[in-house]
Design a protein around this ligand. Structure first.
Ligand code: NDP
Length: 263
């Protein structure tokens, strides 16, 4: 968001931000964008090397970031990580629940372990992280929770019933919490991209190519053709939407599913 004076952010306040899954893909783009907007960013995830690399990119660009190890599925890890973030940069007032996993399976082949693992990362993770950060937002009278959903939060897709169920659940949590905190200066929203050009989509392309025997370029085109714009969304487009929701100007946008898929 521009203010006509060259700044990308109409929100003068620099705030502590926490981004899960910040070491790659959409999370990396969000971390870079929030830092560019002047916020101090805790880049969180499980892989130290990836987190350090993104925190290093932010520092090299003149921003402020810390890398914090966090497994969103583990309540103890989440509490410890949020404590480390608080000590390093202050209570996170911008929380982006981006960490997620997706594996395609025929419905009949989804195991209970597949189901539980998907729910643990995509639903329980955002629940735990948000619950750990919300009290400070309420105390500050300001907070932004942005959950990275998917078009799978608002419609069905074949061969990913567990993923679709998890993203619908995430949107349900978003809508319920948004109403709970509506009068407290805190907003809770979901961005819902179609296929984004990240490692996750590269793995989907490989899986389609392996199961159908088609060349990877064909598999990629089949994903591109799912958007009316016949293209993959870029991580920076998602990051821009997240950054806008984090600003003061978005205070009236609450409990929404912002679909980013070209129509
Ligand atoms: P990536 O696979 O590139 O990134 C996923 C990130 O989540 C990784 O950085 C990973 O880091 C982190 N992560 C996974 N499990 C955990 C965990 N238990 N605790 C903490 N972090 C974890 O995927 P994308 O960037 O593509 O996806 C990001 C989000 O966007 C996901 O929620 C996904 O569902 C959603 N999305 C993606 C789309 C796409 O087409 N790519 C489309 C729509 C939505 P590490 O392994 O180091 O922990």
């Amino acid at each position: 968001m521009t203010d006509g004076k060259g700044s990308r952010n109409d929100d003068a306040a620099a705030r502590p931000a926490l981004v899960t899954g910040g070491g790659s893909g959409i999370g990396r783009a969000v971390a870079l964008r929030l830092a560019q907007d002047g916020h101090t960013v805790a880049v969180c995830g499980r892989s130290r090397a990836k987190l350090d690399a993104v925190a290093g990119e932010i520092a090299a660009a003149g921003g402020h970031a810390v890398a914090v190890i966090l497994d969103v599925t583990d309540a103890v890890s989440v509490r410890a990580a949020v404590g480390r973030v608080r000590a390093a940069i202050g209570d996170p007032l911008l929380v982006v629940n981006n960490a997620g996993i997706a594996e395609s399976r025929k419905f009949a082949d989804i195991t209970c372990d597949d189901w539980d693992a998907t729910m643990a990362v995509n639903v329980t993770g955002p629940f735990l992280v948000t619950q750990a950060c919300l009290p400070a937002m309420l105390a500050a009278g300001f907070g932004r929770v942005v959950n990275v959903g998917s078009t799978a939060a608002v419609q069905g897709f074949p061969y990913v019933a567990h993923y679709v169920a998890s993203k619908h659940a995430l949107l349900g949590m978003t809508r319920a919490l948004a109403l709970e905190v509506a009068s407290k200066g805190v907003t809770v929203n979901c961005v819902c991209p179609g296929y984004v050009d990240t490692e996750m989509t590269a793995r989907s392309i490989d899986a389609i190519a392996a199961t159908t025997g088609r060349p990877a370029a064909d598999a990629r085109r089949s994903l591109e053709s799912m958007s009316p714009q016949r293209r993959l969304i870029s991580p920076t487009e998602v990051a821009d939407a997240v950054a806008n929701l984090c600003g003061e100007a978005a205070r009236g946008i609450n409990g929404q599913a912002i679909v980013i898929n070209g129509g």
